[in-house]
Design a protein around this ligand. Structure first.
Ligand code: HEM
Length: 170
């Protein structure tokens, strides 16, 4: 999946730039490694916007205010701002901080990066496992280092960033 390809690149970029993150990833047990990958995905969601159309009036309460989204409205869910809501993720929401406390019930560590509800990504587990298997082996090469940061572009069709030309050497 192209989303997984971008995520592998984003996670590798963070770990290649942050030796302590890389070192921890290489010795951490599987559960902790997955937690680290979820946290990176929270900060770097691949898909930035999800679009929906309200099939009925939706009554919501937000910051003490009642709001009704009328039937037929187009809804644009901003994943970056949802994922960095300080009420849920606490201080320094844009910092990668594996193990941070997520406040709320039934909120996964990557928050909205795999969507939610009936269309939530069915490939979420494969994506994390695939990334983990690949990065475990790649980053274990001691002399591996980055010689070129990736260039960042935008894919309008899936509202997602694209990383190209990350170059490593040993
Ligand atoms: C890090 C990697 C991935 C990310 C960030 C990601 C993200 C997402 C998101 C945000 C959605 C929800 C779309 C919506 O609500 O409109 C979605 C749906 C979906 N994803 Fe993924 N995905 C990833 C990997 C994968 C993989 C590996 C597979 C398949 C093996 C997969 C298959 C799908 C499918 C089939 C849907 C549509 C589900 C539906 O509409 O019911 N994804 N993904």
């Amino acid at each position: 999946m192209i989303t997984t390809r971008e995520f592998i690149c984003a996670a590798a970029w963070h770990m290649l730039e942050q030796p302590s993150l890389r070192a921890r990833f290489l010795i951490a047990p599987e559960e902790e490694r997955y937690e680290m990958l979820h946290e990176i995905l929270r900060v770097e969601p691949i898909v930035a916007n999800l679009y929906r159309q309200a099939t009925a009036d939706i009554a919501l309460e937000s910051n003490g205010q009642r709001v009704t989204i009328p039937q037929g409205s187009k809804i644009n869910v901003h994943i970056h701002s949802s994922n960095s809501d300080q009420k849920v993720v606490g201080e320094q929401p844009l910092a990668i901080c594996p193990g941070r406390e997520i406040k709320g019930t039934n909120i996964p560590g990557m928050l909205m990066s795999f969507g939610d509800g009936t269309h939530r990504c069915p490939g979420a587990y494969i994506a994390i496992q695939e990334t983990d298997i690949f990065l475990q082996r790649l980053l274990a090469i001691d002399s591996l280092h980055m010689v070129r940061k990736p260039s960042v572009s935008w894919n309008e069709m899936i509202a997602a960033y694209e990383l190209r030309y990350l170059t490593v050497a040993i």
